[in-house]
Design a protein around this ligand. Structure first.
Ligand SMILES: Cc1cc2nc3c(=O)[nH]c(=O)nc-3n(C[C@H](O)[C@H](O)[C@H](O)COP(=O)(O)OP(=O)(O)OC[C@H]3O[C@@H](n4cnc5c(N)ncnc54)[C@H](O)[C@@H]3O)c2cc1C
Length: 489
């Protein structure tokens, strides 16, 4: 039977869900508050430069393939992927960096050259990380987080210890060199918590990094949004932009309609891909499943200070992705999670898409994206943004040994206040609720409302968690729950 489904938001999880639900024969409309789709992965084109506004690391290519395969398609039907070589570079001092190659063999050699014996240790670490990847990403994350039993399998039973220990401890048991330790702790930062608060089992992120590699869609991450929009449109999904949902109307504990730009639209099911906390504020108090106290007590992924910058020359001594770990890694983590404040000495990340994609900047120029992770909920002012831009530019110029400041011809910032105003993000989080042990699987906010029938949620605050691949999976999981409800009616 054809049901009418309303989807709030147009991030990856929402578009993925829209595709699955339309494929099942439902009439699906996606309502997005902003003027373009893609959520945190929107694209900005300004003065000849093109910027992906959010995600830039295309990891876990198998998850994207699996998504398109569910529709009888391949990623190559929509976009071309380039494997980045090198994958990235990590700066520790002036002209002092480690380059991560695009294959494990070379990375093992790099490790061995830095710490004798670490090559073999890395090989063994990666074998375990691969086995965790096979268990988690090929199976566990495709379970809807309804019951704790989902996590109990013969494979996880053998790895209980890895749920009780953490990545930081595990890596330190094996490696001594601080630089190598930080490189191995880096991938779990994508999950939103400190490595010391992230279970060892999440070493599958290291396999995603060193084992599967870092990819780049030919003209940027937005290629994936465009691809999913095309697929959704082929399947009959309708998109409405500049359409802010103001209220979800509930009658007798059943979600009945949304109010969008003052108009009431009825549907059989309402699915929200907007931040979970915000969506609950669209409900009257008695229909909200989680209290303000609950949200406040969760560990959220960092917010971020971002700069989109256009340079009128090519930049030297960089790679497509560059991490600047030349200051105290652990102090910055403390400034995010333990004693929230603007970091004295910020770590930062930069990417230069125009190194790989000539369309990202005018000829002879460079487009760049700089990111400083910050505590969610932090005080955000223009003056602080500028102060930190100066701080990171000073370091960037010194570490990469060149002057670039006078070559900036375009610059726009984005920070906590923008995450709130643009995406209705709780405390201005950049990428959702962290995956800690107590915020994993069935312990995360539920896909199906606990209080209101016919109301569902998807995205980075629910299962499986933050990141683009999990968002695709989240869309699939919620569509399966919705279809299950219809089949039981
Ligand atoms: C700076 C940054 C860097 C990142 N880097 C990476 C990376 O390199 N690799 C990676 O895999 N992941 C990365 N991520 C994480 C990844 O982008 C997200 O996890 C993912 O895109 C989230 O998708 P989503 O569907 O959950 O939500 P979102 O993308 O947040 O979509 C939610 C949508 O809902 C809309 N909305 C909100 N309220 C309303 C309303 N009332 N009415 C209508 N619409 C509404 C919002 O405008 C938004 O479009 C990054 C994120 C950020 C911000």
């Amino acid at each position: 039977m054809k049901n009418k489904i309303t989807i709030i938001g147009s991030g990856f999880s929402a578009i993925a869900a829209a595709c699955y639900l339309a494929k099942s024969g439902h009439e699906v409309t996606v309502f997005e508050k902003n003027s373009s789709i893609g959520g945190r992965a929107r694209q900005m084109k300004k003065e000849g430069f093109t910027f992906d506004m959010g995600p830039s690391w295309y990891w876990m290519p198998d998850v994207f393939e699996r998504f398109f395969a569910d529709f009888g398609k391949k990623t190559t039907d929509y976009y071309e992927l380039i494997k980045l070589s090198p994958a990235y570079r990590v700066y520790y001092g002036i002209a002092d960096f480690i380059t991560i190659a695009d294959n494990l063999e070379e990375i093992i050699t790099t490790f061995e050259n830095i710490e004798k014996g670490s090559g073999t240790l890395l090989k063994n670490f990666m074998a375990d990380a691969k086995s965790n990847y096979d268990i988690a990403i090929k199976d566990l994350v495709y379970r809807p987080g309804v019951s704790p039993l989902e996590l109990i399998t013969p494979q996880t039973a053998m790895k209980v210890g890895q749920f009780l220990s953490n990545i930081s401890k595990d890596v330190r048991k094996k490696f001594n060199n601080e630089r190598l330790i930080q490189i191995l702790e880096f991938p779990v930062l994508f999950l939103g918590a400190k490595p010391s608060d992230t279970p060892s089992f999440y070493s599958f992120m290291n396999y995603a990094d060193f084992g599967l590699g870092t990819w780049h869609p030919k003209t940027g991450m937005f290629d994936v949004v465009r691809a999913m929009e095309s697929l959704a449109t082929e399947l009959g999904v309708k998109f409405e932009t500049s359409a802010t949902i103001e209220k979800i109307i509930v009658e007798n504990k059943v979600a009945k309609a949304i109010v969008v730009n003052g108009q009431t639209i009825h549907s059989d099911v309402i699915l929200s891909g907007a931040d979970y906390h915000h969506t609950e504020t669209l409900l009257d108090q008695e229909h909200r499943a989680y209290s303000e106290k609950y949200w406040d007590s969760r560990v959220f992924a960092p917010s971020s200070l971002l700069f989109y910058v256009g340079f009128n020359k090519k930049i030297e001594n960089i790679s497509h992705h560059a991490l600047f770990f030349d200051v105290d890694f652990y102090q910055h983590a403390k400034d995010i999670y333990d004693e929230p404040q603007w970091p004295k000495e910020p770590l930062f990340y930069a990417n230069f898409p125009s190194l790989t994609d000539k369309t990202a900047a005018p000829e002879g120029m460079e487009s760049a994206f700089f990111l400083v992770p910050l505590a969610p909920g932090i005080n955000d002012t223009e003056a602080l943004r500028e102060e930190y831009f100066d701080k990171i530019m000073d370091r960037f110029e010194s570490l990469t040994q060149q002057s670039v400041r006078n070559n900036i011809i375009f610059k726009e910032s984005f920070c906590k206040n923008d995450f709130v105003s643009e995406y209705n993000s709780y405390k201005g989080n950049a990428y959702g609720m962290a995956n800690t042990l107590l915020q994993t699987a069935f312990l995360r906010p539920k896909l199906k409302s606990k209080k209101v029938n016919n109301l569902y949620f998807t995205g980075q605050l629910t299962v499986p968690g933050p990141g683009v691949p999990p968002a695709l999976i989240s869309g699939k999981l919620v569509s399966e729950l919705i279809n299950k409800q219809f089949s039981e009616q």
